[in-house]
Design a protein around this ligand. Sequence first.
Ligand code: ATP
Length: 516
Amino acid sequence: MAKQDDSFKKLTSHCKEYGFIFQSSEIYDGLAAVYDYGPYGVELKNNIKQYWWQAMVQMHENIVGIDAAIFMHPKTWKASGHVDAFNDPMLDNKDSKKRYRADVLVEEYMEKLDAKADKEVAKAKKRFGDDFDEAMYRETNPRVKGYLDKKAAIGTRLATAMTNSDLVDMKAMIEELEIVCPVSGSKNWTDVRQFNLMFSTQLGVVAGEESILYLRPETAQGIFVNFLNVQKTSRQKIPFGIAQIGKAFRNEIVARQFIFRMREFEQMEMQFFIAPGKDEQFYQHWKAERMKWHLRLHPQEKLRYHDHENLAHYASAAVDIQFEFPFGFRELEGIHARGGFDLTQHQELSGRKITYFDNERDESYTPHVVETSIGVDRMFLATMTNAYTEEVVPDAKGNDSVRIVLKIAPALAPIKCAVLPLLKNKPELTAKAREVLKGLQHAFTCQYDEKDAIGRRYRRQDAIGTPYCVTIDFDTLEDNTVTVRDRDTLEQVRVDISEVEGMIAGKVSMNELFRE
Ligand code: ATP
């Protein structure tokens, strides 16, 4: 655990030190769970969004995009269920005055049981060596089985309590499990209450019920209310999808863990409209497709599926794609089979008919929906987690030294190429370097840097994940060649200036990610 905390701390300070992410309004001591993206952060974030948009919209002839407004008619949120049920169960510790999500406290307790079981298994593995049968041990060792059975029973009880909004049982669980406040260490809890996560504001100058507006807590509703507009104007036939990237706002109770849980964040959502009865087929399809998208960037062992234990009453299936963040496996993306709930609700509250005439079936129906929904910021955090590497490499004198390098996929890297004159105070070198920079800038993001020794400049580029460094030295002035240094292999090759763009452009292009 200490190691995990340490790596997370290192990652968050790296994000700040190198201009990826800043606390919002920092000069006023910041605003909790709100963050700003700095110069490299915005580049990486834009590239993540481009990778998603290209994979979802550009590469599917039956998916189109929209960009809906953040403000929507207040009835939208009545129809979607957010006004009545977008709640988290919360409680306060009377001693520390800290507020917690009841379900999160219970889930953390379950994680501890898991960790205890893992510890027992690890001990046994050491004891038994190569002959150790882990699966068998988990099923038969009484202590391990005890932990896992207890965890499963708590999970089932929590799921039921969540589905039924049984706040009394949630409180009872916290008491029975003797969960203490991590700050005060006491069990002095208030009752569990529901807390609505939507931010509200006023429309116009007249205050009152009718003029209450909400900042959208998800981008999906902008897609549902535009279903007919988009279907008609884009002449799409079912099955087809509508995709959107945009801001969402939630007044999260537990807003810790950096950009994992924010109050203002960004989502990339795609709603796929299908004929009723095709739910399972398209749910499986998108579940697999979305995992493929992640696997192009992240290793298999960092990703896993997690089926939802408590399904919304209208949903037929729901799964999360979890990523192993420094604080454990957590939801990165959700894939949900939502049935016909959304369009039916909007039809009822708007009084407008929202149906689709299917020529092949020769019938009219309310389409069903399979949704894929991922947070841009969580994807950013996953990318940084996976990229951040400390490794021992030889320094200029051949001694071991630690370098911090962000091994970001070149297509996502904020800066693709750094252009570096060997020495700062040689005008012939700096002039040539600026000429090289001018020749490359139109093709990809470049950065010119002449300050400090060349070794330090390489390290600076490693720390922001720049895949290539082009160095202009005295030979360049003689024969028009430069060295190109590879971030990961540290190899340097000498090439003619005319070849640099072609050599780098191919490797940093988004197409690289889609090559099978
Ligand atoms: P969680 O259980 O972590 O609160 P959720 O199930 O409420 O998440 P969804 O409503 O399914 O999340 O939202 C879809 C995606 O949006 C999530 O998978 C996540 O990547 C992202 N997301 C949701 N809430 C936040 C948040 N507060 N900050 C950052 N990203 C978020």
